[in-house]
Design a protein around this ligand. Structure first.
Ligand SMILES: Cc1cc2nc3c(=O)[nH]c(=O)nc-3n(C[C@H](O)[C@H](O)[C@H](O)COP(=O)(O)OP(=O)(O)OC[C@H]3O[C@@H](n4cnc5c(N)ncnc54)[C@H](O)[C@@H]3O)c2cc1C
Length: 264
């Protein structure tokens, strides 16, 4: 097995061209447990964890660029993104130790991808590159079609919101899977929202609805009720109780971004 740990993005892309089937490892919080359990047995591993130029967070006007190995905890602390933007969602995300290692980019390539709804509401794009090309994929993207075989995700481009809210439904506040989530952001060109689907008990076998492909963009229609109706239409919850729950999440988000001040 080849184990490659490049130290620059350019050398990582060259390695990807050489070993397109290698398992890519970002923070490793999803792939390493899977490898330890024997669920993943890659021929080769391309470990991005040592990229010296991969953890930058650069402000660029009203947007921010994050490198491919920016950790979830580091993004939450970053002033460039607007302090506190990720705080609300992080209460229910993994554990503090996992958040210090897990990357935002890596989250988009595994399921459930709880950050997909946040990054989509922030008008996010995934930056995909090969040794010879570079392109931006507007979120949401599905894992299956996000990248060509010779590409890596080399970062994210996000809007810095004037206000942001995230609401999720789970059986407990921490250490419980998300059933449904709504994220809403006030951006320079108006409000935006993103919503996940609703996971039901019939998904017990592990079928996951919460994937980036299930997260559409929403413009803000008329007021709280219109917003909630649009979110429900986009999420298509499977039952009346689920529709009511998603509508309640959407109303709370709408209220918080319009009345609660920045990053309420
Ligand atoms: C205890 C625990 C709790 C967790 N809780 C949550 C949770 O609440 N919500 C949640 O969403 N997730 C959770 N996770 C899963 C995981 O930690 C996160 O999804 C994390 O963000 C994944 O990021 P990573 O950098 O560690 O990904 P990795 O494990 O390194 O990779 C994940 C996937 O992304 C691909 N990948 C990574 N970087 C790139 C790149 N630059 N280009 C192309 N492909 C890439 C990998 O090949 C792999 O398919 C949890 C994990 C653990 C162990």
């Amino acid at each position: 097995m080849a184990y490659l740990r490049p130290v620059t993005i350019a050398s990582a892309l060259a390695a990807r061209a050489e070993l397109p089937d290698a398992l890519v490892c970002g923070g490793g919080t999803a792939v390493q447990p899977a490898m330890n359990a024997g669920l993943l047995r890659p021929a080769d591993v391309l470990d991005l964890g040592g990229l010296r130029d991969g953890a930058a967070i650069d402000a660029c006007g009203d947007r921010v660029r994050l490198g491919p190995v920016v950790r979830v905890a580091a993004a939450a602390r970053a002033h460039a993104l607007g302090a506190g933007v990720l705080d609300g969602m992080l209460r229910g995300f993994a554990t503090p130790a996992v958040r210090e290692r897990a990357t935002l980019t890596g989250n988009l390539f595994q399921a459930p991808a709880d950050l997909a709804v946040v990054l989509t509401a922030l008008d996010g794009s995934l930056i995909a590159a090969s040794a010879h090309s570079r392109r931006e994929r507007v979120l949401p993207v599905t894992t299956a079609d996000a990248l060509e075989p010779d590409e890596l995700a080399i970062g994210l481009d996000l809007a810095v919101p004037a206000a942001f809210a995230y609401e999720r439904l789970a059986v407990r506040e921490v250490a419980a899977p998300t059933l449904a989530a709504v994220a809403a952001a006030l951006l320079a060109d108006g409000p935006r929202a993103a919503v996940t689907g609703y996971r039901t008990s019939t998904d017990a076998a592990g079928t996951v609805i919460l994937c980036p492909g299930a997260v559409p963009h929403l413009a803000d229609p008329a007021g709280e009720d219109g917003f909630a109706a649009a979110v429900v239409a986009a999420a298509a919850p499977p039952a009346p109780y689920a529709r009511r729950s998603v509508a309640a999440l959407a109303r709370r988000c709408h209220r918080r971004i319009h009345l609660g001040g920045a990053h309420a």
